[in-house]
Design a protein around this ligand. Structure first.
Ligand SMILES: C[S@@+](CC[C@H](N)C(=O)[O-])C[C@H]1O[C@@H](n2cnc3c(N)ncnc32)[C@H](O)[C@@H]1O
Length: 388
């Protein structure tokens, strides 16, 4: 692993079924690598890290998100905001009520909780909620969880978009590249087959491609500095933005503005792996059994949208966004069957808001075009896009 960050020791051992599944995915990845033609200057075939990460997460029937394991929630590997509290979805429906008549397109719907709770909170969304999900396995789970809720699954991104496009913890799950500054130049992380699994290789970025251009602009030229660049997430946002006629894109995720993301002191990047509620930093281990994720460079995401003609409506921490959008009012109005239920609901809200949990690290970026910008004017009251 290139990052000089400690790897958590004592990860739980995979079950025999998990180990067999991991072995199948590793065989698939070895085939992917073998198909690559090595450069004349290199002794072996390699693939770029983004290709490796994409296959590890999404190879049909094999990748982490594409095979049967329980990923989200307390029984899985990590917990997302919609899994914590139905008030998260309900508060989003309040914030975006002025444009939701035009419909919602949710990207990467996970277990389907956000859609289910949003439609329960705002029944007019029944029949207006669409999902675009890359994982066939998750799509089937979502269909089960959302039966009768009037949700429609799309096979591809529509040519034109209106209303709200929403992605909670989606951009962080899109495959990124790892780049480092070494020997006075930028190098890209690649993955080769090794005797015991996979090994890192580094290739200088010598062409005039977008990865080198991004590294030169974003990453400090400090010897040994390493970080991630997610051109695929930026390309997705650019496509969404180009196709948006009137409406807004909302991305909620952990991340920072560029200045903080590529801060000289964050020299080991943000890439992390989640396995049974533990975090470690070696994506070449537990391949296929764990989530691999990197924080979001929100400046890059905002730039991709603005370059395609959108306006930034609001950039805020999750806590600021949810508080201004009325989360606490929603909590106060909720009725509970018992004191225990009330205490659990308050605890979940605290996790969403607390600076020590999701409140500060998670950000909300809303960008839009057309009449939607004015309709969502209330969100600009707490906009902090000057931080981007
Ligand atoms: C970390 S999970 C988050 C799930 C859910 N939004 C939540 O908050 O619980 C990431 C989700 O994004 C999906 N995903 C990743 N890349 C995607 C893409 N390009 N388009 C649509 N969905 C995508 C994954 O399959 C998965 O459902």
């Amino acid at each position: 692993m290139p990052a000089p960050r400690p790897v958590v020791s004592g990860l739980p051992a995979p079950t025999p079924d998990e180990a067999a599944h991991g072995a199948r995915l590793c065989a698939h990845l070895r085939e992917c690598i073998a198909r690559e033609t090595p450069l004349a200057s290199e002794p072996e075939a390699t693939i770029g890290f983004a290709d490796f990460m994409h296959e590890a997460l999404y190879a049909p029937g094999l990748g982490y998100y594409a095979a049967g394991a329980t990923k989200l929630g307390a029984a899985g590997d990590f917990v997302t905001a919609p899994e914590l509290s139905p008030l998260f979805a309900a508060t989003l429906t309040d914030a975006f009520a002025p444009i939701m008549d035009e419909g919602v397109l949710e990207l990467g719907a996970g277990s389907g909780r956000l859609a289910r709770d949003a439609i329960a909170a705002a029944p007019s969304l029944d029949g207006r909620w669409r999902v675009l999900e890359v994982s066939a396995d998750l799509r089937e789970r979502q269909r089960g969880a959302l039966e009768g809720a009037g949700v429609v699954w799309l096979d591809a991104l529509p040519e034109r978009l209106r209303g709200l496009v929403l992605g909670n913890e989606v951009l962080d799950a899109i495959a990124c590249e790892i780049v480092r500054h070494h020997d006075g130049r930028y190098e890209q992380a690649r993955v080769a087959v090794a005797e015991a699994g996979f090994a890192w290789r580094w290739r200088p970025l010598t062409d005039d491609g977008p990865l080198l251009a991004a590294a030169q602009v974003r990453m400090p030229p400090i010897a040994g500095y390493q970080s991630e660049i997610n051109l695929r997430a930026e390309a997705l946002v650019a496509t969404l933005a180009e196709r948006l006629d009137d409406g807004a894109l909302c991305f909620i995720d952990y991340g920072f503005p560029r200045r903080e993301y590529y801060h000289p002191e964050r020299g080991a990047g943000t890439l992390a792996c989640h396995y049974r509620q533990r975090v470690h930093f070696d994506p070449l281990q537990r391949v296929g059994l764990q989530d691999i994720t990197a924080h979001v460079d929100f400046t890059a995401i905002a730039e991709a949208a603005v370059d395609a003609g959108l306006q930034v409506i609001c950039y805020a921490t999750q806590a600021q966004f949810l508080l201004h959008a009325g989360l606490l009012g929603r909590l106060e109005r909720q009725t509970f069957a018992s004191e225990r239920e009330r205490a659990l609901a308050i605890g979940a809200v605290q996790k969403l808001l607390s600076p020590a949990e999701m409140g500060e690290l998670f950000k909300v970026l809303v960008v839009g075009r057309g009449e939607a910008v004015a309709k969502l004017g209330a969100l600009s009251a707490f906009d902090q896009s000057y931080r981007l």
